[in-house]
Design a protein around this ligand. Structure first.
Ligand SMILES: *Cc1c(COP(=O)(O)O)cnc(C)c1O
Length: 441
C-alpha cells in the first residue's frame, strides 16, 4: 500500500466509512506449529466427548459441538452484483451451534471443561484413564459447587461460560459491559449465574472482573483477552471445516484457495479459527477479520504493528455498534502477535449493512444476529476495491473464480423471536446492500 493509499484509508477509517486493510506482513505458508496445536485441540475435544454427551443429551452420543457448512445460492446471487467472481459462497453456521448458540460454544465450553478436568485430576477425583463422564455425577458436582468460574463479556462469551459452568455445578459470575443486551442478562440469571453489570465498556469490565477474580483462589477467571485455552478451543473448528469441504468434493489446495471472513471482537474466536485454518490448509487459506466501522480494534492494532496497544478511541471513533460482541476498543495482544504473518487483512462494515444481510440471510433460512452477518461484506471488499484487487492479483493469481468463500456466521440461535424479527424488519426496510460507495484506495 502506498503512502497515499494509506492516508486515504486512515481518512475513511476516521470518518466511519467501510475500508479494507491488507496486511503488508502477510506470509501464507505451511505452519507445522499451528498444525500440531490444532491436532492437540481436536484430541482434547475428543477426550471431552463423553462428558459433553452426559451434560447435554441434545449433542447425541457423539458429544460433538459442530455446525453445518451451508450452501447459500440466494445470498451468493445477491452479493455477486458487487462481486462478479463469486462462484462459490458457503456459510459456516456457528449461529446455530448447540449449547451456546454462538461461536463461543467452541471457546467458552472448551475452557470450562479443560478447567474442570484439570481441577478434578489435581484433587484425585479423576484418575488418568478414568471415565470423564463421572464429572457429570454428584460427587464431582459437590466438588465444583465450592468453586467459581468468572468471566468478563459483552454477552455471548458470558452465555457460553455461564451455561457450561452451571451445567457442571460451579458457581458462576459474568461481568457485563454497559452494552450488554437485557435478554442475555435475564437468561444468565435464570441459570443461577451472578451477573454484574458495569457502566464501562468491555475492556474496563474485563479488567475489573480480572482483579476481583484474582483475590479468590477458588475462582478460575476466563480471560477473553489472553486465554490460550479459548484460542485452542476455537482453533479446532478449522479441522471440522476441512472435513466438510472434503466431503463436499471441494478440497482446498493450490488450485482451489479458501477465503475466510471472520467476525472479530477481541480477536480470540477469529484468531483461533484463522490460526487453526493455517495449520490445516497451509498457504491455501486467506483469513480476513471483519469489524464494525466504529470498532475496528484489530485493524488499528495490526496496522500499527507490535509494540504498543492501540485503541479505536485514538481515531475519534465511538466503539458503538449494534453488533453484539464486536464493540471492542483494543484487541487481544496475544492474538495480534499470532496474526502478524497469518492474517490476510481486516475490513469494516456499517451497522446498516449488518441489518441488510440479516434480512438477506433470513430469506435463506439462516437466523443470524447482526454481528454474525458481517462476513457477507467480504466478497465486495475483495473484488470492489483497489486494495482487494491488488490482494487477489498477488495471492489468487488467476484462481479467483475457483476460490471458495466462507462466511463464518457466529451467533443468533438464542436471540428472542421478537428481537430477531425486529432486526429482519429493519434490514428489509433498508433494502439491498450496495457495492462500495465510491472507489476506495
Ligand atoms: C464473540 C463474538 C464474535 C467475536 O469473537 P471475539 O473472540 O470477541 O473476537 C463475533 N460474533 C459473535 C456473534 C460473537 O459472539
Amino acid at each position: 500500500m502506498s503512502q497515499m493509499q494509506d492516508d486515504r484509508l486512515l481518512e475513511r477509517l476516521r470518518a466511519g466509512q467501510p475500508v479494507l486493510w491488507t496486511n503488508p506482513d502477510y506470509a501464507p505458508a505451511e505452519d507445522p506449529q499451528a498444525a500440531a496445536d490444532v491436532a492437540q485441540a481436536q484430541a482434547d475435544w475428543q477426550s471431552f466427548a463423553p462428558l459433553l454427551a452426559a451434560l447435554w443429551p441434545e449433542l447425541g452420543a457423539s458429544g460433538a459441538i459442530r455446525s453445518e457448512l451451508i450452501a447459500v445460492p440466494g445470498c451468493r446471487e445477491a452479493l455477486a452484483a458487487a462481486a462478479p467472481d463469486l462462484a462459490t459462497l458457503l456459510v459456516k453456521g456457528d449461529h446455530a451451534l448447540p449449547v451456546a448458540g454462538s461461536v463461543k460454544a467452541r471457546g467458552g465450553v472448551f475452557e470450562v471443561l479443560s478447567t474442570a478436568v484439570a481441577q478434578a485430576r489435581a484433587a484425585g477425583l479423576l484418575a488418568e484413564g478414568g471415565d470423564i463422564a463421572t464429572l457429570a455425577g454428584p460427587d464431582a458436582r459437590a466438588f465444583f459447587a465450592k468453586r467459581r468460574i468468572a468471566v468478563g463479556s459483552t454477552g455471548n462469551l458470558g452465555l457460553s461460560v455461564g451455561i457450561s459452568a452451571r451445567a457442571l455445578g460451579y458457581a458462576a459470575t459474568v461481568h457485563m459491559s454497559h452494552d450488554a443486551k437485557a435478554w442475555k442478562v435475564a437468561r444468565l440469571r435464570d441459570l443461577g449465574v451472578e451477573v454484574v453489570q458495569h457502566r464501562s465498556d468491555y475492556s474496563a469490565a474485563v479488567a475489573t472482573a480480572r482483579d476481583i477474580a484474582a483475590r479468590d483462589p477458588l475462582t478460575h477467571f476466563v480471560d477473553d483477552e489472553s486465554s490460550a485455552l479459548l484460542f485452542n478451543g476455537y482453533s479446532a473448528a478449522a479441522a471440522e471445516l476441512k472435513d466438510q469441504l472434503d466431503a463436499m468434493g471441494r478440497a482446498i489446495g493450490p488450485e482451489r484457495p479458501l477465503i475466510l471472513y471472520l467476525p472479530c471482537g477481541i480477536g480470540g474466536a477469529p484468531g483461533g479459527i484463522a490460526y487453526g485454518a493455517r495449520g490445516v490448509f497451509g498457504p491455501d487459506v486467506h483469513p480476513f477479520f471483519v469489524e464494525p466501522v466504529q470498532a475496528p480494534s484489530a485493524l488499528v492494532q495490526m496496522r500499527h504493528g507490535p509494540g504498543r496497544e492501540t485503541s479505536v478511541y485514538e481515531l475519534g471513533l465511538s466503539n458503538r455498534t449494534e453488533a453484539d460482541g464486536m464493540a471492542v476498543a483494543t484487541m487481544s495482544q496475544l492474538v495480534a502477535e499470532r496474526m502478524r504473518r497469518r492474517l490476510a487483512g481486516v475490513f469494516t462494515v456499517s451497522d446498516d449493512d449488518l441489518f441488510r444481510w440479516v434480512a438477506m440471510a433470513d430469506a435463506e433460512g439462516l437466523r443470524l444476529e447482526p454481528s454474525a452477518a458481517s462476513g457477507f461484506g467480504g466478497p465486495r471488499m475483495l473484488q470492489g476495491t483497489e486494495a482487494g484487487r491488488a490482494f487477489c492479483a498477488t495471492h489468487l493469481t488467476g484462481r479467483e473464480a475457483a476460490a471458495v468463500h466462507v462466511v463464518w456466521t457466529t451467533g443468533g440461535a438464542f436471540l428472542p423471536e421478537e428481537i430477531y424479527q425486529s432486526h429482519v424488519a429493519a434490514g428489509r426496510k433498508l433494502g439491498p446492500a450496495s457495492g462500495m460507495q465510491g472507489d476506495m484506495t
